[in-house]
Design a protein around this ligand. Structure first.
Ligand SMILES: NC(=O)c1ccc[n+]([C@@H]2O[C@H](COP(=O)([O-])OP(=O)(O)OC[C@H]3O[C@@H](n4cnc5c(N)ncnc54)[C@H](OP(=O)(O)O)[C@@H]3O)[C@@H](O)[C@H]2O)c1
Length: 281
């Protein structure tokens, strides 16, 4: 497994996104734990989660707790695992997603995540999504305070535009280590943010890198053609395409089955040639 860097921490070049194991359509716990164990077996050391990955109002942090349990029941060494969680998004239980970026809420959410993950400090804590009702400086200021208090080891942001990336890095005193934005062949709109992260040496974590839950099978065009050339899945080609974009890119494909994360993990050692890349966006 190729490795990449988030801050000073080395992680696998492909991570696992935990969302499909906790929101609508999720599998039973046994299959989810097998999926997380398969990721660990494949050398994945980056696990992306969020307190908001749940369905019902009374199960906030479903995905964080699931990952914590799966790590605890894994037979092997997990000391090099980085858990990246997020705060600032909420799911009231009616299927909707809401936001609260107030400093008081973000700090309270971080305390709850710390407890669920059972750690003294969260490896990477990401502010999930800007709240239009709260100044961005207040939300990111809360993340800075959490960093200064030692409750989180590293700070990231998500769903940010280039101006917000610059602002967040300033507020954090140059300690912004990651940006997580939507980016996939069907959604190239975060190209400017990816390029800015490349310039600044900040990790860029594309979310829904395959196009999203239920849409990952729709990778056609050049991806299907290159996949056929090598006898691999178009999803593996897609993840290798992400990795080829810049050394700062670390895709976090979601999975709810061992076979899909095993296939995705293999993308880290799959190199695309210039003639392959010519067929891709
Ligand atoms: N920051 C944010 O606002 C935000 C928003 C959305 C998502 N995210 C994060 O990004 C992660 C990834 O996004 P996502 O889960 O929405 O979408 P995605 O990674 O684009 O697609 C996930 C789906 O792709 C399938 N898949 C994965 N690898 C595959 C492979 N090698 N071959 C065939 N199918 C494959 C999975 O199928 P199976 O389920 O059958 O395994 C899963 O349902 C999330 O899990 C979450 O951690 C963050």
């Amino acid at each position: 497994m190729q490795s990449r860097r988030i801050g000073e921490v080395q992680v696998s070049a492909i991570g696992l996104g935990g969302m499909p194991m906790s929101i609508e359509g999720r599998p039973d716990e046994e299959r989810s734990v097998s999926t997380i164990h398969a990721a660990l077996d494949a050398g994945i050391t980056l696990f992306d989660t969020a307190d908001a990955y749940h369905i019902h109002a009374d199960e906030v942090g479903h995905n964080e707790s699931l990952i914590a349990r799966a790590l605890a029941s894994y037979g092997g060494d997990t000391s090099d695992v980085l858990i990246a969680t997020k705060g600032g998004h909420l799911r009231p239980g009616d299927g909707s997603w809401t936001v609260d970026g107030s400093a008081a809420y973000v700090k309270k959410a971080c305390d709850a995540s710390l407890e669920r993950l059972g750690v003294e400090a969260i490896g990477l804590y990401q502010f999930h999504r800007p709240d239009p009702a709260v100044p961005y400086a207040e939300s990111v200021g809360a993340i800075r305070d959490l960093l200064d208090a030692g409750k989180i080891r590293m700070a990231g942001i998500s769903n940010a535009d280039p101006a917000q990336i610059v602002e967040a890095n300033e507020i954090l005193g140059g300690r912004l280590v990651s940006v997580q934005n939507q980016f996939s062949p069907a959604f190239l709109s975060s190209t400017a943010e990816l390029e800015l992260c490349d310039q600044l040496g900040i990790a860029f974590l594309p979310w829904s890198p395959l196009g999203g839950i239920g849409r990952a099978g729709g990778l056609g065009g050049g991806f299907a053609e290159v996949a056929e050339r090598y006898g691999v899945s178009p999803q593996r080609v897609c993840l290798a395409w992400h990795v080829s974009k810049s050394p700062v890119v670390i895709p976090i494909p979601g999975a709810s089955r061992p076979a899909t994360i095993q296939d995705s993990a293999a993308a880290s050692s799959f190199e695309l040639t210039a003639s392959d890349l010519a067929l891709l966006p």
